[in-house]
Design a protein around this ligand. Structure first.
Ligand code: SF4
Length: 456
C-alpha cells in the first residue's frame, strides 16, 4: 500500500524491460485448471516442487478447495541430466498410488529450458509397463517465460483435441463446445443454455462439479465433475465446434478442424447481451432452431433491469484489467450499460486482442501486455468511478478510494465466483446487480445526510 502511494501522476514512461505488479500469472496454472476439467485426471507438473506448489496453491486459494496435482520434483541434478528419470518414476508412482484415469503432463520453465522430450518419455513409460492398460498420458508444452496463464489453458485444451479426440468418419449431429477460461459456474451456465437450445453437445474441459464439489463428509480424490474421456473422444465426430473466447480456444478449434475436419466457429465469451446473442446466433446458423421463449424471457429481464437502472450507470467511468477474452466482452457490455470504459490493461500480449479492444472501444486508453502500475498511473491521470479486475486490484482501489468489482482470476478474498455465473443473460443480471450495488453503496456513503434516499 505504502509503495503504491508513490505511483507518479503525469507523463507515462514506456517500459520494455521492467514489469511492476503484473496483470497475469504463469502458463502451467492455466494448464492445470484445464486438465482438472477432465474427469479422473491428475495434472502432472514436469518441473520442480516449487512450481507445482505455487500453481496448486493459487488455484486452491481462488477456489477454497484442495487442488490435486503431482510433480516430477526436479533437483539440481535433474537440471543437469534432464528430467526423464524423474518422470518415469513419477508415472509409476502416480498410477500405483493415486490411480487416475488420465495424467495430463504440463512442462515448466525449467523442463522447457532443459529441452525434455515429454512425448518420448511418456512412450518409454508405456513400453516399460509403467502406464497400466487403458490409462491415458498426454502432455502440453507450457513454457512460462512466454505467454500467460491463459496461453497455458489454451495449450492444454489444444492438446486435449490433439491426443484425446477421435473420429469414426461418421459425422453426428452433436456440437463440440470449447469453453474459454471461465468459472465452473459459467461452464454450468453454458451447458444450461445449450441444453435449452435443444442441441446435443460434448463440452471440454468442464470444471463444473470439480472446483465447486459439495461437502459430503467423504474424501473423494477425483470429484464427480469433469468431461469424461469418451465424451472428449466424440469431439472428433462433432458436426460443428463452438469455441468461446479467441485467446483461450482458437488453437483448439483449429486443431479440431485440422485433425477431424470439424468446422468451427470462434466467438467472444458470451458475457453481456450482444456477446450472448452472437453465441446463440452462431449456433442457430448451424442448427436452425427457434430460440426458446424461456431464453428470450431471460434476455428481456436483463434489458428490463438495464432500462430501469440506467440513470445510476450512465456516463460513469470505469478502469478494467484482466484476461483478454473477458475484457473484450466486458468492455462491450459496460458500453451497453451506458458506462464509459476509460482504461483497459491486460497482461496477455496479442495483436488480435489489441485490435478487437480498439474496435469495441476506440476511445479508451488500451495497454495490451501491460501491468497494474501502468493502470494505476492512468487512473491517477484520469480518475474513474469503478475499478474492475482480480483481487490484486484492491490496493489500487483503496489508494484511489474507488469502488472495486472483483472479476477474473485470481479472486482470493471474496466468495461466490465459483457458484454464480457471469455468462449468458442470467450472468449479465448478476453483473449488473453487482455493479449497481457498488455504485449505490457509494452514493449512500457520499451523499449529504438530508439527501439520503430510502428508495432509489
Ligand atoms: S514462472 Fe516458471 S519457474 Fe516460475 S512458477 Fe511458473 S513455471 Fe515455475
Amino acid at each position: 500500500m505504502t509503495i503504491l502511494r508513490h505511483t507518479p501522476k503525469g507523463e507515462i514512461q514506456e517500459r520494455s524491460a521492467l514489469v511492476i505488479n503484473p496483470a497475469k500469472t504463469c502458463q502451467p496454472i492455466g494448464a492445470m485448471y484445464a486438465a482438472l476439467g477432465i474427469h479422473g485426471c491428475l495434472p502432472h507438473s514436469h518441473g520442480s516442487q516449487g512450481c507445482c506448489s505455487y500453481h496448486r496453491s493459487t488455484l486452491t486459494r481462488h477456489y477454497k478447495d484442495p487442488v490435486m496435482a503431482s510433480t516430477s520434483s526436479f533437483t539440481e541434478g535433474t537440471a543437469v541430466f534432464g528430467g526423464q528419470a524423474n518422470l518415469l518414476t513419477a508415472l509409476q508412482t502416480i498410477f500405483s498410488v493415486y490411480d487416475p484415469k488420465v495424467v495430463a503432463i504440463h512442462t515448466t520453465c525449467l523442463s522447457e529450458t532443459i529441452g525434455d522430450d515429454v512425448p518420448q518419455i511418456a512412450k518409454k513409460a508405456k513400453e516399460e509397463g509403467k502406464v497400466p492398460e487403458g490409462k491415458v498420458v498426454f502432455h502440453a508444452n507450457t513454457p512460462s517465460y512466454t505467454g500467460t496463464h491463459v496461453t497455458g489453458y489454451a495449450n492444454m485444451v489444444q492438446s486435449m483435441v490433439k491426443y484425446l479426440t477421435q473420429s469414426t468418419d461418421e459425422t453426428s449431429e452433436h456440437a463440440a463446445i470449447l469453453p474459454g477460461w471461465v468459472e465452473p459456474s459459467d461452464m454450468r451456465e453454458i451447458k444450461r443454455i445449450v441444453s435449452l437450445l435443444g442441441v446435443e453437445y460434448v463440452m471440454f474441459p468442464d470444471t463444473d462439479g470439480v472446483f465447486d464439489a459439495p461437502m459430503t463428509g467423504k474424501h473423494v480424490f477425483y470429484p464427480k465433475g469433469g468431461a469424461k474421456l469418451e465424451d472428449i473422444a466424440r469431439g472428433g465426430d462433432a458436426k460443428h465446434s463452438f469455441a468461446l473466447g479467441h485467446v483461450a480456444t482458437t488453437a483448439a478449434s483449429e486443431e479440431l478442424t485440422k485433425l477431424h475436419k470439424v468446422p468451427g466457429t470462434v466467438v467472444d465469451l458470451p458475457i453481456g447481451i450482444a456477446a450472448t446473442d452472437r453465441f446463440i446466433e452462431a449456433m442457430r446458423a448451424v442448427y436452425g432452431f427457434e430460440v426458446p421463449e424461456s431464453l428470450n424471457d431471460e434476455r428481456g429481464k436483463l434489458v428490463d433491469l438495464l432500462s430501469d437502472m440506467e440513470q445510476y450507470l450512465w456516463g460513469r467511468k470505469v478502469a478494467i484489467f484482466g484476461d483478454p477474452d473477458q475484457l473484450i466482452a466486458l468492455t462491450e457490455f459496460l458500453g451497453t450499460m451506458g458506462m464509459v470504459v476509460r482504461h483497459i490493461v491486460t497482461g496477455t500480449e496479442s495483436k488480435y486482442i489489441e485490435a478487437r479492444l480498439k474496435e469495441v472501444n476506440p476511445e479508451a486508453n488500451i495497454k495490451v501486455g501491460g501491468d497494474m502500475f501502468h493502470l494505476h498511473q492512468l487512473m491517477k491521470n484520469e480518475p474513474v468511478d469503478l475499478l474492475i479486475g482480480n483481487t490484486y486490484g484492491k490496493y489500487m482501489a483503496r489508494d484511489e478510494d474507488v469502488p472495486f468489482l472483483r472479476s477474473g482470476f485470481p479472486i482470493l478474498d471474496r466468495q461466490g465466483h465459483q457458484h454464480f455465473p457471469t455468462v449468458g443473460y442470467m450472468g449479465g443480471i448478476r453483473l449488473v446487480e453487482q455493479i449497481l450495488t457498488l455504485i449505490m453503496d457509494r452514493i449512500d456513503r457520499d451523499v449529504e445526510e438530508h439527501k439520503l434516499e430510502l428508495q432509489m
